[in-house]
Design a protein around this ligand. Structure first.
Ligand code: GLY
Length: 358
């Protein structure tokens, strides 16, 4: 079992291993009741967990992003009320990042905050959503516009649950893992380059090491800046995790969220690398290394759609400050810097490099 410490004001541990879920009973502590919030597809797993915790309450929520609504919250609150949940009780979020986001927000808001254990069942959920305390829902005006920082009591990344995941989902998670390589941990890039196919195999030792390293990057980053407040010039805090996300989020929005997150940020990272080459002196070799790393696990590095709608979406993104656009860039592998208000012509130049047919 690999255990990683997240050293925020409310410290907790992330346990990563095949069978990590076996630790759940000891983590429940003195809770009297346990709500297990899960999508229908994980009902069997939720029933299995229910046998290991006190007074289980199974609460089913819609699949994936459809769970992140105010209606889901009301449903969960009603269920907790009916079962008489008190401050001493616990919420377990079992599912992908969307499920753990909404389950965490239920825990954050019930009686102004009760204990939460996150059990992510996707690679993205493990390396991103489950660590760092961001919980919340979407509203028609935008994703994640309503939420709270509510850190879990523990995160259980059971690698056994990934073996039934479609390869496209593993690949999408690898997008975030490779991102962690470029912003902070070059060893991730070596591991992927040595054997891309093995990097996509959730049963491999290499895969477990990649997840561990990505969680360490996330844990260290949020430990230093939980609430994303410290970025000034080259001293970049939690915002570093948004490398590739400014354009990536715009692509997700433009395509009605049909692109997987990892695919969209893959293209976004290539764009951010091109912009970094023009503004931060990032070497061409690293830009190409990034294209190669992403392509080696089957992630997209090109984009043939229009610029105008993406540009408009980026202005509305929460990473924009006031009227200016901000991008996370790198000056070399592991060195992050913010790129504030880049020239429009630079942006269109970088965008043109994404289109192989132009
Ligand atoms: N997903 C970016 C963050 O947690 O800050």
């Amino acid at each position: 079992m690999t255990t990683i410490d997240v050293r925020t004001a409310s410290p907790y541990q992330v346990h990563i291993a095949p069978g990590a879920l076996d630790r759940l009973p000891e983590l429940v502590g003195d809770a009297t009741r346990t709500a297990i919030i899960h999508p229908a597809v994980l009902a069997d797993q939720a029933h299995h967990i229910a046998q290991q915790v006190p007074a289980p309450l199974l609460v089913e929520v819609p699949a994936a992003e459809d769970a992140k609504t105010a209606a889901t919250l009301v449903h969960c609150w009603d269920e907790l009320a009916r079962a008489g949940f008190t401050r001493n009780d616990l919420v377990v979020g079992l599912g992908g990042g969307a499920t753990t986001d909404v389950a965490g927000f239920v825990a954050a808001t019930w009686l102004r905050g009760i204990a939460f254990i996150s059990v992510p069942t996707t690679v993205l959920g493990m390396v991103d959503a489950a660590v760092g305390g961001k919980t919340g829902i979407n509203i028609p005006a935008g994703k994640n516009l309503v939420g709270a920082f509510h850190e879990p009591r523990a995160v259980l990344c059971d690698l056994d649950v990934l073996t039934s995941l479609p390869e496209a989902d593993i690949r999408s998670g690898l997008g975030e893992v490779i991102k962690c390589g470029f912003i902070a941990d070059p060893r991730i890039l070596e591991l992927v380059a040595q054997d891309p196919a093995d990097s996509l195999n959730p049963a491999s030792v290499r895969f477990a090491e990649l997840v561990r390293r990505a969680v360490v990057v996330k844990a260290d980053t949020v430990s230093a800046d939980l609430k994303e407040t410290t970025s000034v010039g080259t001293r970049v805090g939690r915002e570093a995790l948004n490398y590739g996300h400014t354009l990536g989020h715009a692509i997700e929005k433009q395509h009605g969220f049909e692109w997987r997150h990892g695919e969209a940020i893959s293209v976004g990272m290539v764009f951010a690398a091109e912009l970094s080459a023009r503004t931060l002196g990032l070497g061409e070799a690293v830009v190409e290394q990034q294209r190669a790393a992403l392509a080696s696990v089957g992630l997209p590095t090109t984009y043939t759609g229009d610029w105008a709608p993406l540009r408009a979406a980026m202005s509305l993104d929460k990473k924009a400050r006031g009227n200016t656009l901000r991008f996370v860039g790198i000056s070399e592998v592991g060195s992050v810097a913010m790129i504030d208000a880049p020239e429009e012509t630079l942006l269109t130049d970088c965008f043109a490099t994404l289109n192989p047919t132009a």
